[in-house]
Ligand binder design. Structure first.
Ligand code: MN
Length: 253
């Protein structure tokens, strides 16, 4: 399995972030990406597919089952998010007062009865196969969060071990670090060492999108502070400045 995916220099890539169990938005995006897949384009979901803030209408399990099917398709890339990672490392994660790891397990119990542990194991094994980043030929690196604190190339994450999900600072930085936790220099060095010009992430809820240090584009496709935005990234054009990239942002209708 590949951990860093290199996209071909042709076509487009649809970049969608943080769906967080929102089945209604999932289905809207699904219609969109079905059409893109048919035309041979790439789809990138940047992680945090699961864990809703409103457990009573959490579509996480159905969405996960659906995404597992899509992942059979070589043009569909689902990146690991910190919320998926919590189930790998057994870490509790909270939104407000609710423990989202336990809420997810509760849902499995309701849905699958005595088979819930088996199902959880199946999901955890699936999460362990997920890639960490996508790179494009026109200089974009896409991950759940970050940049991590140390600056060497991400290629070494190709051979992660089980322990790395907890102890590898580069990997945890890529999954957990957000705006205000990194400096402009750290972002620049991260891009330089990965031969990229721009970094696209989800993870931090913003009003649709936000540009950080002119080099990082934060997107919120569903769980957001207002608008819901995704990126229709053209893999064939030259991207020289951030405005070339922000022009490709689309809002969810
Ligand atoms: Mn996140």
């Amino acid at each position: 399995m590949r951990r860093i995916i290199n996209l071909p220099p042709q076509g487009k890539a649809l970049i969608i972030t943080d769906l967080h169990g929102n089945l209604e938005d999932y289905q809207k995006y699904q219609k969109l990406w079905d059409h893109y897949l048919e035309e041979g384009h790439n789809i990138v979901l940047t992680g945090d597919l699961i864990h809703s803030t409103s457990p009573e209408k959490d579509g996480s399990v159905d969405m996960l089952e659906s995404v597992m099917d899509y992942c059979q398709c070589e043009n569909f890339h689902f990146l690991l998010g910190n919320h998926e990672c919590c189930h790998i490392i057994g870490k509790h994660i909270y939104k407000g007062l609710s423990n989202q790891k336990e809420d997810f397990e509760e849902q499995l119990k309701i849905k699958f009865g005595y088979r819930w542990v088996e199902k959880l194991d199946e999901y955890v094994e699936f999460f362990k196969t997920l890639p960490f980043a996508v790179k494009t030929c026109n200089g974009v690196i896409i991950s759940h969060g970050g940049p991590p604190q140390d600056f060497t190339s991400l290629e070494e994450l190709e051979c992660v071990t089980e322990d790395d999900y907890i102890f590898n600072e580069k990997l945890t930085g890529l999954l957990w670090r957000r705006e205000f936790q990194y400096t402009e220099d750290e972002l620049e060095l991260f891009l330089e060492h990965n031969q990229s010009r721009f970094h696209v992430v989800g993870h931090s809820p913003v009003d649709g999108f936000k540009v950080s240090y002119d080099k990082q584009l934060i997107l919120s496709s569903s769980y957001s502070r207002g608008r819901k935005a995704y990126l229709e990234l053209d893999l064939e054009i030259k991207l020289e400045k951030m405005s070339n990239l922000t022009k490709l942002i689309r809002l969810l209708e």
